[in-house]
Each structure stands twice: as C-alpha cells, then as structure tokens.
Design a protein around this ligand. Structure first.
Ligand code: ADP
Ligand code: ADP
Ligand code: ADP
Length: 213
C-alpha cells in the first residue's frame, strides 16, 4: 500500500502512522522526524531546515522534495509506504505524483484526519516525544507507563520547540493556507478518504483501517 496521511498539526498523524505502518508491515516515512533527526545530528540538511521549523514555516520545497525522493528510492519503500507530513502543499503533491510515475507506480489512498483547532491546541501543548525512537505521547491522553520516560527505550521524553502556543497558532495558519488545499486536490484525484480523528487512539485506528483497506 502507498498511502499519505493529511491533517493539521496535532491531528494524530504520527501516532496513527506508527501503528498502521507496523500493522501493514510498510515503512512510515515522516518528514518531520527526518528533519528533526538531521537538526539534532547537525547535518547540512538540518542546518537548511532548522530556521523554518523553529518558526513553524514549511521548509522550502526543493529541500523537502529532494529528501523525500532519496527516502522513497530506498529498498524498504519499494513494496509500499505510509507518508506522514508529506506532501504539505499542492506543488509537493504534484512532485510526488511525478516521482511515483517515474517509479512506475502511484498512490493508493490519501487519508485525511479531521479534528477541530481547539482539540489540536490541547493535543500539541501536552505532546511529548521520545528522542530515540520518535514515539509521541500526551501527558494526559496517552501517557507513558513511567512519567516522562519512553515505554520502548526508557529515554527521557522532551517537548518540541515548535509545540509552544505561539508557534502552534502559526502552524495552524500555515496548514489552513498551504496544506488544506490538498484535500480538494486529492478529492479531484479520486484518492481521498476522510475520517474523524477524535475519540481514543484505538478508535481512530479502527476508522483508519476501515477507510484505507
Ligand atoms: P506536526 O506533526 O506537528 O504536523 P511535523 O513533525 O510533521 O509536524 O513537521 C514539523 C516541521 O517540519 C514543520 O513545521 C515544517 O517546518 C517541517 N516539515 C515537515 N514536513 C514538511 C514538508 N512536507 N514540507 C515542508 N516542511 C516540512
Ligand atoms: P501529528 O503527527 O498529526 O502532529 P501526533 O500523532 O504527534 O500528531 O499527536 C499529537 C498529540 O496528540 C500527541 O501528544 C499524541 O499523543 C496526542 N494524540 C494523538 N491521537 C490522539 C487521540 N486520538 N486522542 C487524544 N490525543 C491524541
Ligand atoms: P539540545 O539538547 O541540543 O538543547 P534538544 O534535544 O532540545 O537540543 O533538541 C532540539 C530540537 O531537536 C527538539 O526540540 C526536537 O525538535 C529535536 N530533536 C532533538 N533530538 C531529536 C531526535 N533524536 N529525534 C527527533 N527530534 C529530535
């Protein structure tokens, strides 16, 4: 399966992508995770991306598209993948379509996770992430077994720099202006499936599976 998750920051894309990718035995490709790993690793790519991420703006398309192209060319993505956080605007979606066409393939489905902005702000302000494995938690809604520690690694969870109220508001505006038009784009391509991303994580997973299978 070749699938894309679309939804505002905090919709639960990363949470669902992790679960679905495991269940479907395909890699999860999260552009946000790849950028953050490059920022903390101090790579050239990380240096290019950091200022945009800190502000809550999109990293320029030429940088992002090249990174995704490399990632999708890796062997483990040949049999399918779940994209989390890409594409994030219509030009990226056009580029993805071209990349897949060059590989002789195309997307199967685009899953839109729908949730209102008030809920998103609550989710993002309580989000905590594992620096080792990238798993995300919520201090109230999806707490780790031991407060502040990842279940998998025991690593100390951290709060993302861009999960502060002001940056959250800006990212939501970027979503409305640049990313939300993808819903119409993919609807026009006949690929869109939309679900409510509210309720328990397991309920959202069940809806997602029903929508994409
Ligand atoms: P969230 O999970 O909150 O939606 P991500 O982890 O997907 O956020 O992305 C974090 C940041 O990484 C974005 O605010 C943006 O700066 C950058 N980023 C991630 N994916 C893309 C993309 N497809 N295009 C441009 N920038 C991106
Ligand atoms: P995204 O990748 O779309 O930005 P995340 O998967 O990182 O979203 O989730 C954002 C925050 O919301 C995290 O703290 C996560 O634990 C929490 N969360 C995810 N799904 C749900 C849910 N169904 N109900 C409540 N909180 C959730
Ligand atoms: P430092 O320890 O150098 O002050 P942080 O650990 O706070 O830096 O990391 C800065 C930002 O980089 C964090 O807010 C987070 O977005 C990201 N980050 C750091 N390490 C990782 C990692 N291993 N995986 C994913 N994101 C990371």
């Amino acid at each position: 399966m070749r699938a894309v998750l679309v939804g505002p920051p905090g919709a639960g894309k990363g949470t669902q992508a992790q679960i679905l990718a495991e269940e479907l035995s395909i890699p999860k490709v999260s552009t946000g995770d790849i950028f953050r790993a490059n920022v903390s690793g101090g790579t050239e790519l990380g240096k290019k991306a950091k200022e945009f991420m800190d502000r809550g703006d999109l990293v320029p398309d030429e940088v992002t598209n090249a990174m995704v192209k490399d990632r999708l060319a890796q062997d483990d993505a040949a049999g399918g993948f779940l994209l989390d956080g890409f594409p994030r605007n219509v030009p990226q979606a056009e580029t993805l379509k071209g990349m897949l066409a060059d590989l002789g393939t195309r997307l199967d489905v685009v899953l839109e996770l729908r949730v209102d902005e008030e809920e998103v702000v609550k989710r993002l302000s309580g989000r905590r992430s594992c620096p080792e494995c990238g798993r995300v938690y919520h201090v109230e809604y999806d707490a780790p077994r031991e407060a502040g520690e990842c279940d998998n690694e025991g690593a100390e969870l951290y709060q993302r720099e861009d999960d502060r109220e002001e940056t959250i508001r800006h990212r939501l505006k970027v979503y409305r202006d640049q990313t939300a038009p993808l819903v119409e784009f993919y609807s026009g391509e006949g690929l869109l499936a939309t679900i409510a991303a509210t309720g328990a994580v397991s309920e959202v997973t069940a809806r997602a599976k029903a929508a994409i299978e």
